[in-house]
Design a protein around this ligand. Structure first.
Ligand SMILES: [Zn+2]
Length: 136
C-alpha cells in the first residue's frame, strides 16, 4: 500500500487508477516533491513581484506624461499613486493559486506558471492601456 499521489489515500501499488480520485498510476511519484514545490512557489512569487514592479513603473511613467498632456482627468491621480500596491497584489494572486489549487502535488508548478504569466502579461496590459489613452 502507498498513498495516492493526488488524494493521499492508501491505494495498491499495482493500481492503474486511484479508486478514490481516478488519478492514473496513483503509486507513481508526484510531479514535484514538497521541496521542489516550495522552490517553484518562490519562483512564482519573484515573477509576480517583478510583474507588479514593472506594471507600477509603466503606470507611473505613462501616468505623469498623460496627466501633463491633459489626457487623463486629475481624478486619476490617486489611482496612479496606489500603483505600488501592485507589488503586493501579484504575490497575493500566486499565494491564492498555491493555497487553492485542487491538486496539492501540482500546486508548485501552478504557482510558478501563474507568476510567469503575470510577469509577461501584466506590464504589457498596462502599457497597452496607457498608450491607447495617450493616442486618444
Ligand atoms: Zn487518489
Amino acid at each position: 500500500m502507498k498513498p495516492c499521489r493526488d488524494c493521499q489515500r492508501q491505494i495498491s501499488e499495482q493500481a492503474l487508477a486511484c479508486p478514490n480520485c481516478g488519478a492514473p498510476f496513483p503509486a507513481r511519484e508526484p510531479l514535484s516533491s514538497p521541496r521542489q514545490a516550495r522552490f517553484l512557489l518562490t519562483v512564482g512569487l519573484l515573477f509576480a513581484t517583478g510583474a507588479g514592479y514593472f506594471t507600477h513603473v509603466t503606470l507611473e511613467a505613462f501616468g505623469e506624461m498623460l496627466l501633463a498632456a491633459g489626457h487623463l482627468p486629475a481624478a486619476a491621480t490617486p489611482l496612479l499613486r496606489f500603483s505600488p500596491l501592485l507589488l503586493a497584489l501579484g504575490p497575493l494572486v500566486v499565494l491564492g493559486v498555491w493555497r487553492f489549487w485542487p491538486k496539492p502535488t501540482d500546486r508548485g508548478i501552478a504557482a510558478a506558471c501563474t507568476g510567469g504569466a503575470l510577469f509577461f502579461f501584466l506590464p504589457n496590459l498596462a502599457s497597452t492601456i496607457m498608450s491607447s489613452l495617450a493616442l486618444r
